[in-house]
Structure formats: C-alpha cells, structure tokens
Write a new protein. Structure first.
Lengths: 657, 175
C-alpha cells in the first residue's frame, strides 16, 4: 500500500508540475496576475508531493519490502539501516527520485526567498523549474518507476552494490546532486531573463547567491567523492578521470566561470550574453552528466543498468531543454547590449581570460569523455581515453588560469596598468619563483612539473597575502576593525583562492614525491618505505553485518618508535559475492601512510601495497577551503540586508568590491 | 546573430552523435594494417625490464597482440575472456601495455590474472602509433608470417571470440 501512495504522489506531482510550468509562464507573457500567482503554491505543493514519494520509498527500504522491484534489487535484509536508507539513491530509479526531490527543494527555496523579485520574473523562474521537473517526473513514471511491484515478492534482496556501502555514500550523492541541480536555479534565472528581455545587473545580483550555494555543494560533493575513491578503491588514487567524475567536474568548471562572470555582470554590466550562456551551459552539463551516467552509453565503474528506452528519453529531454534554451539564447541574446567598456589590461579582461580558460577546460573534458562515444557512434569500437589525455590537456590550460587568478583580484576594474601591477607583484613573483626552484632541491627531487606546480601554488599564496596586506594597511583602522571593514564576500574570495593554492600544493607534492611498493609479506615480515618500517603482523578474520573480512594488522614504526597500527581489510560481501578493499590509512597533515591488502598468497602470506602520500590531505582540505570561501561569501551582509528590505523593491543594495 | 547560434549548432552536432551512439551497433572497420606485416617492435618485458620482446620472436606461430592498460575501463570487461582463452591454450596472447606505469600494470595482472605469455611495455606509446592504436583495448591477430590478419577495436566479447577470432586462428594455424 505504501509504495502505491508514493507512486500516486508522483503522478500528482507531475500534474502539479504541469500547472507550475505552463500557467505562470503564459501568465507572465500576457500579464495575467492570477496565472502568475499559481507559481508559488504549485511549487510548494510539488515539493510536498515529491517528499511524500521519497518518504514512501525510504519506508519501503526501511521495512524491507521486497515486493518492490527497486528495493529488492538494491538492498538486503542484512544491510544495516543507514545503508538501507542510502540505498534509496543507490540505483537508477532512486537517484532520479533524489534528483526530483532536490529540484523541488531548490524550487521551494526560490519560492520563499524571491519576495523581492518582480512578479513576472518570479513566475518565469518557477515556471522554468516546473518544466524541468515535468521532464524528470515523466521519465520516472514512464521508464524508471522506483515503485514498480515485483510479484511474487522476492524472499530477500540482491543487496546494495558493496562499493556504495560506505559512510561516504550517505553524503556524497545528495551533496553532488544539490550542486548539479542547484545550477537549475541560475539556469531558470537566465531563461526567465531571456524571456523577459531584462538582462540587467539586478538579474546578476539575484543569481549570484544561488549560483554560489550550488557551487559550494558541488565542490563539497566532488571532494567527498574523491576522498571516498581514495580509501575505498585501494589504489591510493584520488581522481581517475572516470566518465562519471568528469560528469561532475564539467559543471564545476563552468559553474566556477559562471560565478566570476556574474560578479562582472553585476558590478560592471559587462559579459551579459556570455554570463547567460554560462548559466545555460552549467545546467546543461549537469543534465548531460545525468544522461551519460544513466543511459549507459559510456562504460564506467559507476554505470547503472542499461535500458535503451531510458537513453532515448533522456536524449529527447536534453534536446528539448538544452536545444530549446540555446535557441532562445540565439534569438534573444543579440538584443541585450554589450555593457561597460574595458581596456585590455583590466580586471574584466583577466576575469574574461580565466573564464575562457575554464570553459575551454570544460570543453576538453567533454571531448575526452565523449571521444570514445564518438568513435563508437562512427563504428570504431568501444575504447577508453584515460588519464594520459587529460593530464596532457589539463596542465597547459590550468597554468595560465592559475597565474591570472593571482593577478585578477589585484587589478583595477576597467583599466589597470601593467607596469604598476608588475611592481606591486614583484615580491610575490620573486618568492614563488625562488620557492619553485629551491624547495624541490631541499626535498630531493626537481622536475619541471614539480617546479611549475610549486610556483603556481606559491604565486597564489603570495598574491593573496599581498592583497590582504594592502587592504588592511590602507584601511587605516586597527587590526580587527580593518578585518571587519572588508566584506565577507571579499574574504570569501580570498579564502577560496587560498584553497586553490592549498589544493595545487597538495596535488604537486603528491604527484612529485609519492612512493609506493608492492610486496609479498608473511606474518613478521618488515617492509621499508619513506623511512618507515611496516611490520605485517598477520591477518585475522572478522565478520561484518553482511560481509566477512580478512583484516591485516600492519604496525608502522620509525627508527624503532611505534607510530601507529593500520588495519586494511579485504572484504567479501556475501550476497553479491563481491570482494572489496578497505585501505588502512594513517593520515596526517604531512603525509598519509596507506596500506591495502592485495591477494592472499600461500602460507598466510599476502600481497600488500604500501603507499607514502605526502600532503595528500591538502587536496581535500583545499576543496573544503574553497567551499568555506563560498559559504563566507553567502553570509555577506548584503544578502542578509536584502532579506530585511525585500519588500521595498528599489531599496539600494550595498555593492562592494 | 550568427555567433549567438554557434552554441546551438555545436550542441545539435553533439546530439547527432549521442543519438547514433544510442542506436547504432558498433561495426568493425577495415584497418589499413590488415593484410600488411605487423610493424616491428622491440620492447622491454613487463615482468623483467632487462629482457626484450620483439615481434620477430613470434614468427612461425599464430598469436594475438592485445593492447591494454591498467587505467582502461573497457579492458576490465574483456580481461576475464582473455584469461579463459589463455587457459584453454587455443592461441598464445601477448600483451602490449600501453602508456601505463609498470607498477599499476603489475598490480592489475596480480589482481585480475595474467593471460599473457609475455607483455611488452610501451610506456611512451611509440609502438602504439606504429600500430595505429585508436584507444585501448585493441587486439590484433597475427599469422605465422607476421602479417596482421584481423584487428579488433574495443574489447573482445564472447561473440567476437567465438565467431571471428577463433575460427580465423584455426584457419591460420592449419598448414
């Protein structure tokens, strides 16, 4: 009965989505206030209905209702409760429901925090989001219904993919989807602005906090996924250029460009058409990512079961949404005007250059991801492009982007002077060059890539410190007051940029100085790596709720002093009969010591892989700093101010650099 | 107006490819190398970098050259098929480890099983260029005279093995 309620709620939600998608947009075009007024109640009703469906599915999982096909294929009676709940989004149908759920959360949030918007604008925004929702609900109800019954019911479920039975899995997909789907708000704002022909700085100002929030979620989601892959896959890698990772990385790149572009559009009125295009692309890439993952056109570790009808549906949906919005763009964008002029050397042009680099990077990732598909379509077989391509393409694009990132915030709007910039940044430049040359020599290894990476990391550190120093000194206020004198948006920018520096440093040091050994170890054997001794003390068998594991004990000592014991596991999940590795990691700010069990050999010996990963945690810490920077910017007082004065439409908003 | 249409045009081209990708079965295309002598190589062995393997070592027998890499997802699909093929001994399989690191490659073989008589390490991808490798995996059937008789782009499936590769190998092996 409960699953039927969920199913019925989805059908009702679809009807409400039609009302939300059609009437407000027509109402806005005709000036019909009653039709426009339908947008808000419809958005809330839709949220309520999808929430009911979501709870019903979670309930079916919690109560082990194996008469529901989706529950039977994605859980098992021995699966612990937290993973049974996470299993709601562990498969194709449920992750679509999560998508729809999150879209309705964003929609309802817009309906609450849009009181300061003109009625027509709000009606169009909610209408566009309703149209997107129609697509996803139709998709679910036609070919991917999570509530489909299995008659007769299964005795027990086939279990959740063991790869996904991890605390990371509980947070990673919702975070990622919050980011993906969050770009639908910026998208809806852009489409609404194109429809209404009002691409002004007010539009950019309204879009900014939503875009930043979506970006914060996406950044955290990608970070969580990368960290999860690091300890779960047992290879010590943190990024694999897998099709699904790329699917989340492309919207991130374009979303980052969008955030910066919106800032220029708001402050200077420039880049309007470009900003709209980025808003459309960020969301389109999110949709495309969904298509790539769900349709099974690409092989990937994340791939879900394939059904050609599903692929066709999503493709048709992509054509309508992306094709439609790009057609609208081609029709309306030429009329928006060009905005303020700026010279070749100015903050605008640095931001534009970085924007273009980020967009090109996204295109190159897109190309690398789709290249196997293109060859496949041309009948040249299924192949993998893999890290060699991405590594080759990415470094040359990111180098100038990171370099310009250091200059951008320091340059003046409209017109800056190169000689002046050079003088102001000579210290930062000198220090970063010196570090890039000297530091690797101290650490014992110098390669061009290490030098370049360190240069870029310290260049961003140096320029950021310079920026903060200048700000604080010129304010002429006492220290704490001078910190408060700058807006939180500005501090958010500084923190996020420092996050990039931390990230770059982490990547450079890991890539340049990591070391690894693979050894055969019998109990009592000692392996040596990076000055540490790893004593293998044998393996003990342990039982988990739905798996058995061989847990290795590896004692790590340095010069006879014990540091820690790590316990890598090799698990066998019973239902799917699938082996999984759990790495044993001793993390620290300096380095991670990482061990994972390979295969059991004869006489109690195991093949063991040991990695020394210097500063690898900095990679994720850098991502966290970026996300925190975004949150800081969101807490800026002009957004709080905006809420207080939202009923007074024309009240001046504080605009600060 | 025109430049604003550009994104739409690019998108539509992409859609065309995606649509074909959904609907079209991968067909084989004749490689220009089929019927020509296999390009010569001499590369270090994966398990012992001191020793070299050359395609000349295999003259006089029919063999498969399988291009693979540990970073390649599709290789994972075909790997079990190669392992079972190597066990029944129908034809010797040699590997070409393409743009990979020795460590990862060794681990890959340790985990998934080693179907190869020997694997040559093509770290720079030089030999891959000579063979016209589009991507990984690819497999070549090479006859006793060292001439390429067939090229499989993409993973070997059970069907391809049963219907194409094995009959071809049998025909080539009969004197």
């Amino acid at each position: 009965m409960i699953p039927e309620i969920g199913h019925f709620a989805l059908i009702l939600a679809l009807l409400v989505a039609f009302i939300q998608g059609v009437f407000p947009i027509f109402g806005a075009a005709r000036g019909n206030v009653t039709w426009m007024a339908l947008a808000r109640p419809a958005a809330r009703a839709q949220f309520f209905l999808i929430a009911i469906a979501f709870v019903c599915l979670a309930y079916a999982f919690a109560t082990k209702d194996y008469s529901v096909t989706y529950v039977a294929t994605n859980s098992n009676s021995k699966l612990p409760l937290q993973y049974r709940i996470a299993a709601v989004w562990g498969g194709h149908e449920g992750s679509l429901l999560l998508w729809a759920m999150i879209l309705s959360i964003w929609t309802v949030a817009v309906s609450f925090f849009s009181k300061h918007l003109p009625d027509t604008m709000r009606a169009r925004i909610l209408g566009v989001m309703g149209l997107i929702s129609i697509g996803f609900l139709l998709f679910m109800l036609s070919v991917s219904n999570p509530f489909e019954r299995l008659i007769p019911a299964a005795m027990d479920g086939r279990d959740l993919n063991p790869l996904l039975q991890d605390p990371g899995m509980v947070f990673h997909p919702p975070m990622l989807y919050m980011g993906y789907v969050g770009f639908s708000v910026a998208f809806a704002f852009a489409i609404a602005a194109l429809l209404g022909g009002e691409l002004d700085s007010a539009w950019a100002r309204w879009s900014r906090p939503w875009t930043t929030l979506a970006w914060v979620f996406l950044t955290s989601g990608i970070m969580a996924g990368s960290n999860w892959a690091y300890y779960e896959l047992g290879w010590g890698g943190w990024w694999f250029w897998d099709a699904v990772e790329n699917a989340s990385f492309m919207p991130w790149l374009v979303g980052t460009a969008l955030m910066h572009s919106l800032a220029v559009t708001e402050k200077r009125g420039s880049f309007k058409a470009w900003t709209v295009l980025l808003a459309i692309c960020a969301f389109s890439l999110s949709l495309l990512g969904t298509f790539l993952v769900r349709s099974g056109v690409l092989t990937s570790v994340h791939a879900f079961a394939t059904d050609p009808r599903r692929g066709l549906f999503i493709l048709a949906f992509l054509v309508v949404v992306i094709g439609g919005s790009l057609a609208l763009f081609a029709w309306r964008a030429p009329t928006v005007g060009r905005g303020g002029k700026f010279s070749v050397v100015s903050r605008e042009s640095f931001l534009l250059a970085n924007n273009v680099l980020l967009a090109v990077a996204a295109i190159s990732v897109l190309f690398g991801t789709l290249y196997p598909l293109f060859l496949d379509a041309l009948g040249l077989g299924k192949i993998s492009v893999g890290p060699p391509y991405f590594d080759t393409v990415f470094a040359p694009l990111m180098t100038p982007a990171l370099f310009l990132m250091g200059i951008g915030p320091i340059a003046r709007w409209k017109q800056a002077s190169l000689p002046e910039l050079a003088i102001r940044l000579r210290w930062a430049f000198g220090v970063s060059v010196a570090t890039a040359i000297v530091l690797p020599l101290i650490l014992g290894r110098w390669t061009p890539m290490i030098g370049l990476g360190l240069f870029l990391a310290f260049w961003i550190f140096g320029t950021s410190i310079h920026l903060v120093y200048q700000r604080l000194r010129h304010s002429g206020l006492p220290f704490m007051a001078s910190i408060r004198a700058s807006s939180r948006a500005w501090w958010g920018m500084v923190v996020a940029h420092l996050g990039i520096a931390v990230f770059t440093l982490g990547v450079t040091v890991v890539k340049g100085f990591e070391s690894e050994i693979a050894v055969r170890m019998s109990p009592g054997d000692v392996a040596h790596l990076a000055g540490y001794d790893f004593t293998f003390e044998g393996v003990k068998e342990i039982e988990g709720p739905n798996y058995s594991a061989s847990q290795g004990q590896i004692r790590i000592t340095k010069a006879g002093v014990e540091r820690t014991v790590v316990t890598p596991e090799k698990r066998l999940y019973h239902v799917q009969n699938m082996p999984m590795t759990e790495a044993g990691i001793s993390p620290s700010i300096i380095h991670d010591l990482y061990a994972s069990l390979g295969e059991p050999l004869m006489d109690g010996a195991w093949s063991v892989r040991i990695y020394h990963k210097p500063m690898v945690e900095w990679i994720w810490f850098g991502c966290l700093m970026m996300a925190f920077g975004g949150l800081l910017a969101l807490s800026d007082r002009r957004y709080r101010l905006q809420r207080r004065i939202r009923n007074k439409e024309d009240a001046p908003l504080e605009v600060r650099a | 107006m025109k430049r604003f249409l550009l994104p739409l045009v690019i998108f539509l081209i992409m859609v065309a490819f995606l649509a074909i990708g959904l609907n079209l079965d991968p067909r084989e295309v004749p490689s220009p190398l089929v019927g020509k002598p296999a390009p010569a190589f001499s590369l270090p062995r994966l398990d012992d970098s001191g020793e070299m393997i050359s395609n000349k070592d295999m003259l006089g027998k029919v063999w498969l050259l399988n291009v693979w890499a540990s970073w390649c997802g599709a290789c994972r699909d075909e790997h079990p098929i190669l392992v079972s093929l190597s066990k029944n001994g129908a034809v010797p399989i040699y590997g070409l480890d393409y743009k990979d690191t020795r460590f990862d490659a060794m681990q890959w073989l340790a985990e998934g099983g080693n179907p190869y008589v020997a694997t040559a390490v093509d770290e720079s991808g030089r030999v891959g260029i000579d063979y016209g490798v589009y991507g990984v995996p690819e497999t070549y059937v090479i006859d006793k005279a060292g001439v390429i008789a067939y090229k499989q782009i993409g993973p070997i499936t059970e069907e391809v093995l049963r219907d194409k590769i094995l009959p071809l190998v049998k025909r080539l092996q009969t004197p």
